[in-house]
Design a protein around this ligand. Structure first.
Ligand code: COA
Length: 329
C-alpha cells in the first residue's frame, strides 16, 4: 500500500513580551498609524534575553508531539528552519532543540530558507517519508528575529516578531489526509533584497564601525516581487493538482504584510473566511509565521482533520514556495 506523508499535529509558542506599535514611537520617528496602515501590524512578541530560537522551538515542538500522540523516541529526524539560530554556524538549533526535548542519537539539522522555511521543511519531510527513509519527522520554524533587528532602522524593526511553530509529519495510507504537493524555488540574483550581512561590502553598518549583523531589506522592491511571485506560484500548484479556490478550506500565506496578503488573496479570489491572517498580532515571524497561523485556526476550533490547506511563502534568498495539504489529524 502506498504511504503518503501527513501533517499529524500543529502547535506554536508565543513569547510573553508583547510589544505595541506605540512602544516604537518612544525610540523611533514612527507612529502606530503608519505601521497599521502600511503593514496591518498592531503587536508583536519578543523573546526574553535568556530565550533563544531553540527554546521557543522546543516549547512548540513539545506541544506538537503531545498532540500527535507520539513519544520522543518515535521521532526519527528533527529539522529546524530559522534565520536567527542560537549560534552562528554551529551547533545547529535543531541539535539544541533535540537535546531540550530528550531526543538523542537521531539526525538533526537546520535549514536556511528565511521566511519560506516552513514550506522547505514540508518538502524535505514529504520526500524523506515517501522515500521510506523515515516514519516520523519533527519540523520546526523557530525565530528570535529580534536578535538580528536594528532598532534604529524604522523600515525593518517594526515589521518582525519572535515565535515558533512545530508540526509532526508522519505517514498515512489515505490520500485525503496527506501532503498532496509542495513546490519550492529560489533566485539568488536577488540576494540583496533581504540579508543579514557578514561581509563589509554588504553592510552600511559595518562600513561605519563594527556592529552586529542586522537584518536589512529593500522593502518596496521585495513587496512588489512578493505579490507577483506568490500569485503565480499559487496558481501553478493549484493548476497542477486540478484544485480550484473554492476547494480550499484555508489559504495560509506567509504573514509579512496585510497589504501583500490582501493583494494575493484578491487576485486568487479567496473569500475573507478562507484567508488566515495573524500578522496583526504577531508581525512577521519568518519561518514560524505559517505554522503559528495554522495553530491559531487549530486552537480556535476552525481547523479540523481532513481540511484542505494551501500555504505560500516568500523570503530572503530570494526563496519562495507553496504547499497543498490536508490536515492529517
Ligand atoms: N514609520 C514611518 N515611516 C516609515 C517607516 C516607519 N516604520 N518605515 C518606512 N517609513 C517611510 C520611509 O522612510 C519612506 O519615507 P520617504 O518617502 O520620506 O523616503 C516612506 O515611509 C515610504 O517608504 P516605502 O519603503 O516606500 O514604504 P512602503 O509602502 O513600501 O512600505 C514596507 C514599507 C516595508 C512596509 C513594505 O515595503 C513591505 O512590507 N515590504 C515587504 C516586506 C516583506 O514582505 N518582507 C519580508 C518578505 S518575507
Amino acid at each position: 500500500m502506498k504511504k503518503y506523508a501527513s501533517l499529524k499535529s500543529i502547535a506554536s509558542y508565543v513569547p510573553s513580551r508583547c510589544v505595541k506599535n506605540s512602544d516604537f514611537e518612544e525610540i523611533l520617528d514612527t507612529s502606530d498609524e503608519w505601521i497599521r496602515k502600511r503593514t496591518g501590524i498592531q503587536t508583536r512578541y519578543f523573546a526574553s534575553d535568556d530565550e533563544n530560537s531553540s527554546d521557543l522551538g522546543a516549547r512548540a515542538a513539545k506541544l506538537a508531539l503531545e498532540r500527535s500522540g507520539l513519544d520522543v523516541q518515535d521521532i526519527d529526524l528533527v529539522i529546524v528552519a530559522t534565520l536567527s539560530p542560537d549560534y552562528l554556524g554551529m551547533p545547529s538549533s535543531a541539535c539544541l532543540l533535540s537535546a531540550k526535548l530528550g531526543i538523542r542519537n537521531k539526525p538533526a539539522f537546520d535549514i536556511s530558507a528565511a521566511c519560506s522555511g516552513f514550506i522547505y521543511l514540508l518538502s524535505l519531510a514529504k520526500s524523506f517519508i515517501e522515500s521510506g527513509a523515515y516514519e516520523n519527522i519533527l519540523i520546526v520554524g523557530a525565530e528570535k528575529v529580534s536578535s538580528v533587528l536594528d532598532f534604529k532602522d524604522r523600515s525593518t524593526c517594526v515589521l518582525f516578531g519572535d515565535g515558533a511553530g512545530a508540526a509532526v509529519i508522519g505517514t498515512t495510507s489515505e490520500k485525503n489526509k496527506s501532503i498532496l504537493d509542495v513546490h519550492i524555488s529560489s533566485d539568488g540574483t536577488y540576494y540583496d533584497y533581504l540579508l543579514t550581512p557578514r561581509s563589509l561590502k554588504e553592510s552600511k553598518f559595518l562600513q561605519e564601525k563594527f556592529a552586529p549583523q542586522y537584518l536589512q531589506m529593500k522593502g518596496n522592491e521585495t513587496f512588489k516581487l512578493a505579490v507577483k511571485t506568490l500569485t503565480s506560484d499559487v496558481k501553478e500548484i493549484m493548476k497542477k493538482n486540478n484544485i480550484f479556490s473554492k476547494d480550499i478550506d484555508f489559504f495560509i500565506p506567509h504573514q509579512a504584510n496585510l497589504r501583500i496578503i490582501s493583494a494575493v488573496g484578491e487576485q486568487l479570489k479567496f473569500s475573507s473566511e478562507q484567508v488566515v491572517v495573524t500578522v496583526e498580532k504577531y508581525g512577521n515571524t519568518s519561518a514560524a509565521s505559517i505554522p503559528m497561523a495554522m495553530n491559531d485556526i487549530y486552537e480556535n476550533g476552525r481547523l479540523n482533520g481532513g481540511d484542505l490547506m494551501l500555504l505560500d511563502a516568500f523570503g530572503g534568498g530570494l526563496t519562495w514556495g507553496s504547499a497543498l495539504l490536508y490536515f492529517g489529524a
